[in-house]
Design a protein around this ligand. Structure first.
Ligand code: FMN
Length: 225
């Protein structure tokens, strides 16, 4: 995907919790699985696509969270001792989320409002389920979230920002974060972007997601904080 295209996809992606009954076609499942395989090879994660399983979202919390027809999900699994497990889960999961969006599917990251014990993913000894991502055909495209200002997450003055950095910050602010908390900051150091997760629950997953959005939209690698 070129940068213009990916920025468009980032702009169009919003969390969707209500899905239609339309199943994900086999060709789309296959292409999702191909990308998942690549991500697993690059990251050491064990991400799995699970389709047609109504149980995982058939729990009180999921109904409370307004999930409907959520029968397909991507389980983000990895070895507990994998370095930066949470950040990798966010980074590679978001790569899959944006690919799904480009394929005409909708998604929602879910760390809380699902049945963790009902999840059908194969979790080997020493592995853990970090979170899941619901995927399917949305009843609606979702809507943009309320966002923090550029100033509140980045101390670089807008007039001092290179264009690529501005694009990256904009895409970072459009990234999904748990409870829309946006607990991260971005700085420019020796011409490189550095993203730091603030303290809080799930902020490391968030930082991985934000990092992927930033890199994809800016075309510049983020330096490891
Ligand atoms: C790590 C993570 C965990 C999340 N967990 C849940 C969840 O348990 N239930 C839910 O309904 N939404 C969950 N979300 C979705 C967020 O609420 C959503 O991404 C945020 O409000 C921003 O909205 P947007 O995705 O439409 O941009 C989660 C998002 C992330 C990134």
């Amino acid at each position: 995907m070129n940068r213009e295209r990916i920025i468009k996809i980032i702009n169009e992606r919003h969390s969707v919790r209500q899905f239609t009954e339309k199943a994900i076609e086999e060709t789309k499942r296959n292409s999702l699985n191909s990308l998942i395989e690549i991500c697993n090879r690059e990251s050491g994660l064990n991400i799995q696509l699970i389709c047609d399983d109504p149980k995982c979202f058939d729990v009180f919390l999921a109904h409370y969270g307004k999930f409907k027809n959520a029968v397909n999900y991507i389980a983000v699994v990895g070895k507990k001792d994998l370095p930066d497990l949470e950040e990798k889960a966010g980074y590679f999961g978001e790569r899959i989320v944006l690919f799904a969006q480009e394929s005409g599917l909708n998604t929602c990251w879910v760390a809380g409002t699902y049945g963790k014990k009902k999840c059908k993913a194969k979790i080997a000894k020493g592995e853990k389920l970090v979170c899941v991502i619901a995927v399917g055909y949305g009843e609606n495209p979702g809507k943009p979230h309320r966002s923090k200002s550029v100033k509140s997450i980045c101390s670089v003055k807008e007039e001092d920002m290179p264009d690529w950095f501005k694009e990256g910050v904009d895409a970072a602010l459009k990234a999904p974060t748990a409870l829309n908390q946006q607990l991260f900051s971005i700085r420019l150091e020796d011409g490189e972007a550095v993203i730091t997760a603030k303290a809080g629950p799930l902020t490391k997953i968030d930082a991985g997601i934000v990092k992927y959005n930033f890199e994809a939209a800016s075309g510049h690698k983020v330096r490891q904080a």
